[in-house]
Design a protein around this ligand. Sequence first.
Ligand code: ATP
Length: 590
Amino acid sequence: MDDARMFDVDLRALIEVLGTNLYTGPGVYVRELLQNAIDAQTVAGRPDEPIEITADGSDVVLADHGVGMSAGTIADLLGTIGASSKRDPFGFGSTSQIGQFGVGLLSGFLVGDRIEVSSRAGGSEPVVWTGSSDGHVEMRAGERAETGTTVRIEARGDAKMWLAPDRVRTLAAEYTGMHPTPVLVNGDRVNPGVGLFGDPSGGRDAARVAFCQDEFGFTPLEMFEVDVPEAGLRGVAFVRPTGGDLVARAVHRAYVKGLLVGDVPGLVPEWAYFVRVVVDATGLKPTASREGIVHDDLFDVVAASLGDQIQAWLTGLGARPALRERFLAVHEQGVKALAAHRPELLGFVDKHCVFETNVGPMPLATFRARFDTIRYAGSIDDYRVLADVLAGRGIGLVNAGHAFETAAIRAIVAADPSMRCEPIGQQFLLSALTMPSREVRAEFDGAVHVARRAVSPFQCEVTLRAFEPESVSGLLLTDDTAQIAQDRSEMLSQTAGEPDAWLAALSAIDDGEAAPTRPSLVLNVTNPLVARLPTLADDVVAGALVRAIYSQAMLRARRSVRVAAASELDSAITLLADLATRDRIEGTSE
Ligand SMILES: Nc1ncnc2c1ncn2[C@@H]1O[C@H](COP(=O)(O)OP(=O)(O)OP(=O)(O)O)[C@@H](O)[C@H]1O
């Protein structure tokens, strides 16, 4: 044992490590001092005595009415990094204390080079201890008359901002906002008792709304309580009054024994984007920085339970129609998005979330009661083209083209194998619509030929069908694959001759491929305008008519009309107008 030695601790290096790796910023020293003071007053049984802070930018002084420390205690605890009285189950350690690591006081060195602790424990002489960031400590007799402790930190030149009165006031208010012990900064109380969890009478609800406004920046649509008794956790969930950002992680507020820990990732499930939660727990363990919570088994129990409680509130809306309506008015899309990931929500979405259908807006459950199969269009374009025509044929169609809807429908169907479901693309129409009789087809033979030529600049096929409503002259079917192929060939033709290796490679691949499916213009032979096509002797006139029908079909599908197509259509319509004028002039001269 002769060469046994103690570690020599380089305190400055240790503080550097704490400052850069443990804490998020130097301001945490306020919390650490407050926490020690609150712990000491809790042990002394004087939780209601005020803790007084004075700050003037050069010094910060914090005085408590706690148990205080004797010279022996100070020597054991403050001079030893990592020593804490709060871990000893047989000493004055108690679950009501917050500290445990024995490093909190060191955080004072993040803002000052010298910490002075003047203290007196019941039945002991007063004592003054000073510690310097160079590792030097000393102790002398004090003069303090009352039991308790006063800590003074002298600001280091570069850290004065952290001791400025406003900064200290803000930090103290934030950390102790929920704590019943009065905290005074330069004489003013900064934590006038939020009382979120108290008696329902006595303005508790108003305090909750005010808290939500201050901390989360909104007036809640609704508030509900959450609690996890095994972790001594109480909380309130605030429902957001506007749609949320589904991608950004929601920020919540967690307190342990009344002191702010901060936002704790993983405590509230990420899918619960529509609430902000504040909780205070006695059983959860803060991490050493006190800016997070240790992910132990209890943490997992709490996280699961909070998720279940939020979900139970959501599904409970099933029985609260007025609130449900207000909630869904802002969160329906988000809840549909969740359904694909939370099987427990599928029933709610199925029964209460409204989808656009070609027989009116309704929940899927209602739609299913009417049609056995959930036919849905996965894009808004498809839905627009298909909705009326399928409705005319008694086929129900759901618009699943908005974000998340297809995934929600698929999840609902996957959860119940007895449900029937069919995604419908525009090409479905070709099989669903009646092929005209052989005679009609023969009659239109020449007209179809002319029509193909007329729309060939638009890379489009022409097909005949007979369908209701007869007011629809033509439908433009543009399934995604055809659309992509068309976009690509246009892009390649525009960039032909450009020395871009990637485009050249693309065009080489395309050359080798079979002709892609093309968009189709479906002419409705029951439409009076289309019915006139075979009777027109002049191919130019017939072609102009077809292009006019094409333009109508395009508008119907709400496609944007490209420049080349637009000028073709203009010339077709001009031609028709010229002809109409000529007919009228000829008719007048006759
Ligand atoms: N204001 C105070 N009054 C009485 N005792 C105190 C006071 N401040 C510190 N102590 C004593 O000094 C010990 C060390 O304090 P320190 O802040 O370094 O760590 P801690 O509070 O025990 O744990 P943690 O690192 O988790 O904060 C405490 O355990 C406590 O016994």
